[in-house]
Design a protein around this ligand. Structure first.
Ligand SMILES: [Zn+2]
Length: 339
């Protein structure tokens, strides 16, 4: 099987986005929040079949681990109540897609984070989506302020109650920021990659995995700047008197293959252990165009991975085995269907 661990519902039907705009407008003007609109099965089918589903088939992949549009999570907008209503609407829509196309999609949730609000308030939505909707993981935003980094590092104890719940439910989190409201940081070009790199350095500096040996994170976009600067991070671990990265961080942290050119993928696989790499493309997402140098979509990452001519064993790990191991609930769902 070919499992893409990183896909977002960036093409959700228009009423969903219009609802969000109305919701934020109501919040700004102090009016009651609007009702979540009804979206028909046909609208959902239309939004997926010409986009994610078409590309999955064209690229010979089998399924996508699917979550709400990351840039639209916008935890920095509104307040806790606004974030909760928006998050539930987004997650429920993912569940609708999964129910229509159970062979192609499995859900990962957004969390109702909000700046200055304890992560404990996100536990209920994680439980609801995992236990009731059958989701297999979550997207955790290390910076709900949208580019101002007002919360504590991920290794701070304030995050611990949420991590305890992740371990109890046996689900991983993808570290994923959302839109940027700091005009120094372009959302997908700077804020995303900064956050990936920042999260890794936080794990390196802290001792989180001593307290949570079973906690698992996927750092997307190929691990941000980390693989390219692997020597720097190994050297920093040494200077900071931390154990080698293989023991200290890499039993718990995994990178996806959302790197949009061949030399980047080559470097990722050269530097990072095969057991720590999951196939991902983030389609339809941050970079949607066609590379004029190759004539192929930038985010068609399967082409770059295939060009590595991996051994059968490594091919299995990157495309399927690692995902089954890191998302045990995905594995169970597949096994239940005889896959
Ligand atoms: Zn993403």
């Amino acid at each position: 099987m070919i499992i893409d661990c990183h896909g977002h519902y960036t093409t959700a039907p228009e009423p969903h986005q219009l609802f969000r705009e109305a919701q934020l407008e109501a919040y700004r003007s102090g009016k009651p929040l609007p009702e979540v609109p009804h979206i028909s099965d046909d609208q959902i089918r239309e939004s997926v079949e010409q986009n994610q589903l078409r590309l999955l088939r064209e690229r010979d992949a089998d399924m996508t681990v699917f979550s709400p549009r990351a840039s639209a999570m916008a935890h920095h907008l509104g307040d806790r109540t606004v974030s909760e209503q928006w998050t539930m609407a987004c997650n429920n829509l993912i569940k609708r897609v999964v129910d229509l196309y159970p062979d192609y999609f499995i859900g990962v949730c957004q969390l109702p984070q909000s700046p200055g609000v304890s992560i404990e308030h996100s536990i209920a939505e994680l439980e609801r989506t995992v236990n009731e909707l059958g989701f297999v993981g979550c997207n955790l935003n290390p910076d709900p302020s949208g580019g101002h980094w007002t919360s504590d590092p991920l290794t701070d104890r304030s995050w611990y109650p949420f991590f305890e719940k992740m371990v109890e439910l046996d689900v991983p989190a993808m570290i994923h920021v959302s839109g940027s409201c700091n005009h120094n940081f372009h959302a997908t070009g700077a804020h995303y990659i900064n956050a990936d790199t920042t999260a890794f350095m936080q794990f390196l500096e802290g001792n989180l995995f001593k307290d949570f040996p079973d906690l698992r994170f996927i750092i997307p976009h190929g691990g941000g700047a980390v693989p390219y600067h692997w020597g720097r991070y190994r050297g920093l671990a040494d200077m900071l008197k931390q154990p080698p990265l293989a023991e200290h961080v890499m039993k718990n942290v995994f990178f996806d293959t959302c790197v949009y050119h061949q030399p980047g993928i080559d470097l990722l696989f050269k530097v990072i252990d095969i057991d720590n790499i999951l196939f991902g493309s983030e389609m339809v997402g941050a970079v949607r165009g066609i590379d004029p140098e190759t004539g192929q979509y930038f985010d068609d990452t399967k082409r770059y991975v295939d060009a590595l001519n991996l051994s059968t064993e490594d091919h299995y790990k990157v495309y399927e085995g690692n995902a089954r191991r890191i998302y045990p609930r995905l594995n169970k769902a597949l096994e239940a269907r005889g896959k």
